[in-house]
Ligand binder design. Structure first.
Ligand code: BGC
Length: 444
């Protein structure tokens, strides 16, 4: 397998996110985000790590964009920190923040890289969180003000856009389970946040369509094949509920199908209480591409003790299957199947894999960062993707997660997903063997 097997127009890139790499969290006019405040709460992030400095990308973006180029990628995906543009979430603008993203975009263009912008990758301005954040009724107009600004400001130079990164990820972890920022819990918070997010992803896309000529617009979903633990009726139903929640919940509304309520009465109650049918048209958008992000399959068993979902994961480690340092199952066949699952909807025009990658305990051997497990991972996952592509699925690109080791949310700096090693004490970047593997792969 070589990269040219995917065709000459295939978009190979790396993905990053502002809160995970930028640092300068309190500098140059930026307002605090929910991750800045959440990480200060005791016990929320492993080892008490905070994103204040992260990879210091704010000051080192030239070096980092040069690395993207050195590794041979065409696309650099990064996100805009909402609170760097609007320190209070809406209203007055921070010119220094606006200028920073111009510098990043201009450098990409100088290096002949395609800048791909994610508008929301989880770092809501804290000022908006105080008003209720994604659960608040006002969030849709605040978000639209922010998107309109970015589209007008950067739309001449940026054509590739992702509206929201993994709506299920941040609404479930941040508003239901409380393990991500802003640390809220409860099913009511989740459903309120979910409805506003489903509206925002289509609203944002419509604004981009209106403001940016020849924009290529996508939005990115967390996609995990859901496998029942056994063929018992209870496990099968538990898997079906989990699939509705984790894969279909935010995806089907953009296709015009509304929320997937028919398979699960809890979702039906949500639909009734929130009159979601009133928003069905607004939640719909004809995306140019669907961003598919895959990290693991989920093996699901019935569990009566788990409220509402009544399902729980049979962890990879307990099933003794290969897994990453995060404990996530490595299974390239499952990647192939989830691509097929998302592509099976006739409304989907194309799929771009906007994130895929793995954390390992990288070793230093003979002065080199020997991460052969990551190389094997990419080899297996790329050939699974090639199989899907050769069967006729319109896959337009693949973005590896991620350029360099960074602030991995609640895991802090411990989980390393990078193709480039980062020494967080010195900010020294060292290309890992997997980075060199990509360089080779992309040269052919
Ligand atoms: C997120 C990334 C994150 C990665 C690995 C994805 O869900 O978009 O921000 O670092 O998973 O956990």
């Amino acid at each position: 397998m070589q990269s040219s097997d995917f065709g000459n127009d295939f978009l190979w890139g790396v993905a990053t996110a502002a809160a995970q790499i930028e640092g300068a969290a309190n500098d140059y006019g930026k307002g605090p985000s929910i991750w800045d405040t959440f990480s200060k709460r005791t016990g929320k992030i492993k080892k008490g790590h905070q994103p204040t400095l992260a990879c210091d990308f704010y000051h080192r973006y030239l070096e980092d964009i040069a690395l993207v180029k050195t590794l041979g990628f065409k696309v650099f995906r990064f996100s805009i920190a909402w609170a760097r543009i609007f320190p209070l979430g809406h209203g007055s603008i921070n010119p220094e923040g606006v200028a920073f993203y111009h510098r990043v975009i201009d450098e990409c263009l100088m290096q002949d890289l395609v800048p791909m912008v994610t508008l929301y990758h989880w770092d809501l301005p804290e000022a908006l969180s105080k008003e209720g954040g994604w659960t608040a009724f006002g969030i849709n107009s605040w978000f639209n003000e922010y998107v309109t600004f970015c589209a007008k400001e950067y739309g001449d130079k940026v054509k590739q856009w992702i509206v929201i990164n993994e709506p299920f990820g941040f609404t479930s972890l941040g508003y239901m389970l409380g393990v991500h920022a802003p640390g809220q819990t409860g099913v009511n918070n989740f459903f309120d946040a979910a409805l506003h997010t489903a509206i925002a992803q289509a609203d944002g896309a419509k604004i981009l369509r209106a403001e940016v000529s020849s924009a290529v617009i996508g939005t990115a979903f967390s996609c995990s094949e859901v496998v029942p633990y056994t063929q018992s009726a209870q496990d099968l139903l538990a898997a079906k509920r989990t699939d509705a929640l984790m894969n279909r919940f935010f995806f089907e509304p953009v296709l015009g199908l509304g929320f997937p309520t028919s398979d699960w009465e809890v979702l039906e109650k949500f639909a009734i209480s929130h009159s979601t049918w009133r928003h069905q048209e607004r939640m719909k958008f004809d995306f140019d591409f669907i961003g598919l992000q895959n990290y693991f399959p989920l093996v699901i068993r019935y569990n009566a003790f788990i409220p509402i979902l009544q399902a729980w994961e049979a962890k990879a480690k307990n099933r003794k299957v290969p897994h990453t340092a995060m404990g996530w199952e490595i299974n390239a066949d499952s990647f192939y199947r989830i691509i097929k699952q998302f592509a099976s909807y006739p409304q989907v025009k194309s799929i771009m894999v906007t994130e895929n990658g793995a954390a390992f305990h990288d070793k230093v051997i003979d002065g080199k960062i020997d991460d052969r497990e990551r190389i094997e991972y990419f080899e297996a996952y790329l050939s699974a993707m090639l199989k899907a592509k050769n069967e006729g699925i319109n896959i337009t690109g693949y973005l590896a997660w991620t350029l360099m080791d960074n602030f991995e949310w609640a895991e802090g700096y411990q989980a390393r997903f990078g193709l480039v090693h980062n020494d967080f004490k010195t900010q020294q970047r060292t290309i890992k063997q997997s980075g060199y593997w990509w360089q080779q792969f992309l040269s052919k």
